[in-house]
Design a protein around this ligand. Structure first.
Ligand SMILES: C[S@@+](CC[C@H](N)C(=O)[O-])C[C@H]1O[C@@H](n2cnc3c(N)ncnc32)[C@H](O)[C@@H]1O
Length: 261
């Protein structure tokens, strides 16, 4: 998936969150989700923490997280275009010291070992091609966190059937991939201690291009029906790798076989 650097767009040296979310689309909605977790992220992952980020895209969100929260981030992405773009953005903001972006193969990502203070992922896991692949991702995340380490994750939800029809009509390639559902949620619950989990957007997402209308629609929608894993467009969470005797032992056996592999 291409994440082009938008060289012509003027950016101030102090990055705002919205700029870091534009490449992924629907920045108004995502801003609401990311902003809601910022206090928890700040508290649980203090300045100077060593953070591993998977799928950094254009790297602008990583730049924002480094500037705003003081995280030292090592990013891994499989796209050369993303790598170029992220490096350009880091140097444009003079942030090369606290950010390292690497481009590597999917196998190299999963071969990465470590004991990080935190792992940060936004909208990567939903593109898993099977439930097994999703499970392996979470096992791997668990394995690279130190005991008590924090996993901050934002994912796209399957949401309601209207959303799925819309995605099909728009030819969205990810429609039938592993978008977040209650079934996927259980994979998190058995591995991690869930510190904070928030759900955003049902039908209100269709108003996202009109911020005022979106804000009203999302409030009305939340009053009408509780958002959950099976009816939301965005799931935002902070989890922790448990410490002590109760912690599950997770063995990484490597990625499940890909089609044609
Ligand atoms: C939808 S984009 C999200 C980018 C960024 N996190 C954001 O929200 O703006 C998904 C990113 O994940 C990367 N990606 C896909 N599969 C990956 C993998 N197995 N390991 C690391 N990165 C991957 C893609 O190259 C792309 O940059």
């Amino acid at each position: 998936m291409p994440w082009p650097a938008r060289e012509n767009r003027p950016l101030s040296r102090e990055l705002d969150l919205r700029s870091g979310l534009e490449a992924g689309g629907a920045p108004v909605m995502w801003e609401r989700a990311v902003r809601s977790l910022l206090p928890g992220m700040q508290e649980l992952v203090p300045r100077g923490s060593e953070v591993l980020e998977i799928g950094y895209g254009d790297g602008l969100l990583s730049c924002y997280l480094h500037q705003r929260l003081g995280w030292r981030i090592l990013g891994l992405d499989v796209s050369e275009e993303a790598h170029r773009s992220a490096q350009e953005n880091a140097s444009r903001f003079g942030l090369e010291d606290g950010l390292e972006f690497r481009c590597c193969s999917p196998d190299a990502v999963w071969s990465t070992r470590g004991s990080y203070d935190a792992v940060f992922i936004k909208t990567v896991l939903y593109s898993s091609r099977s439930f097994d692949e999703y499970r392996t991702w979470l096992d791997w995340v668990f394995s690279v966190l130190k005991p008590g380490g924090v996993f901050v994750n934002f994912e796209t939800g399957r949401a309601n059937s209207l959303t799925q029809i819309y995605r099909r009509l728009r030819g969205r390639s990810y429609t039938d991939l592993c978008l977040y559902t209650g079934e996927i949620e259980r994979l998190y619950n058995v591995r991690f201690e869930i510190i904070e989990r928030r759900y955003f957007g049902g039908l209100s997402q269709f108003f996202a291009p009109l911020p005022t209308l979106y804000s009203i629609a999302s409030k009305v929608e939340e009053e009408m029906r509780r958002r959950d894993a099976d009816n939301s467009f965005i799931v935002a969470m902070i989890c922790r790798r448990p410490t002590g005797d109760g912690a599950p032992t997770v063995e990484i056996e490597g990625p499940p076989a890909r089609d044609g592999a």
